[in-house]
Design a protein around this ligand. Structure first.
Ligand code: 13P
Length: 256
């Protein structure tokens, strides 16, 4: 498996943080601090109400804007939901789908993750598809089975051509927001398992071209070591993405 075949992507997931005015400042600061850092793509996934202002602030810079979820229907009676065309018109190029917080707190399942992913791809959005095991699953020794199953179910019916617009983010749930980071070897092991499953579903070329990020307490101190692993092609960063200086240091670590 060759790392140089893949694009490195450093993405921030702001979660439920930042008002529109705060978003404008944070995007500008991030863009200034990461200007000319072309060794990776830089994405900020922001709350729905921040997308338009964030996209405007990012215009002409190397920062791209994403959303944190999207509904699979195009329009209609789905109170509180947002469609792919709404995201696109507001200026989003990416969308996170299947984050563990959506799975844990909002009833997201592999079936709805798959439907949302298909809708987003059909609309021309790039998808950051999140999956990962919870602590009990890791302790029970079934991490490989869990991530393999999620990968298969979440990618069901998606063509090799569409796979090119998907990034998989491996996010062990026990490492999210806990300060407990997977070791580089743990991250590498599971990212490699995911890549093998993708090779089985598609082919070796598709698997070698797929960007697989690690997410879970990645920060400016641990990013370089995690990113040095051959199957870790970037990061999905929560807390540290809220501080442009910290996020920019992670982008720096991805320039190697
Ligand atoms: P933290 O970096 O805050 O642990 O969050 C990771 C995450 O969930 C990114 O989607």
């Amino acid at each position: 498996m060759k790392k140089e075949l893949r694009k490195v992507v450093i993405a921030g997931n702001w979660k439920m943080n930042m008002t529109p005015s705060q978003a404008k400042e944070a995007v500008k600061a991030t863009a200034e601090l990461t200007a000319g850092k072309n060794g990776c793509d830089v994405v900020l996934c922001v709350p729905f109400v921040d997308i338009a202002v964030a996209a405007e602030a990012a215009c002409g810079t190397n920062v791209k804007i994403g959303a944190q979820n999207v509904h699979f229907e195009e329009k209609g009676a789905f109170t509180g939901e947002v469609s792919t065309s709404m995201l696109k018109e507001a200026g989003a190029e990416y969308v996170i789908i299947g984050h563990s917080e959506r799975r844990q707190y909002f009833g997201e399942t592999d079936e709805t993750v798959n439907k949302r992913t298909k809708a987003a791809l059909a609309a021309g959005l790039k998808v950051i598809l999140c999956l990962g095991e919870v602590l009990e699953e890791r302790q029970a020794g079934i991490t490989a089975e869990i991530v393999s199953m999620q990968t298969k179910l979440d990618l069901a019916g998606i063509s090799a051509e569409d796979l090119k617009n998907i990034i998989i983010a491996y996010e062990p749930v026990w490492a999210i927001g806990t300060g407990l980071t997977a070791t580089p070897d743990q991250a590498e092991e599971v990212c490699a398992i995911i890549r093998n499953v993708v090779a089985g579903l598609y082919d070796t070329a598709a698997a070698e071209g797929l960007t697989i990020q690690y997410g879970g307490s990645m920060n400016d101190a641990n990013a370089a070591e995690l990113l040095s692993k051959v199957n870790v092609d970037g990061g999905l960063i929560g807390g540290a993405s809220l501080v442009p200086e910290k996020f920019a240091k992670i982008v720096d670590a991805a320039q190697a």
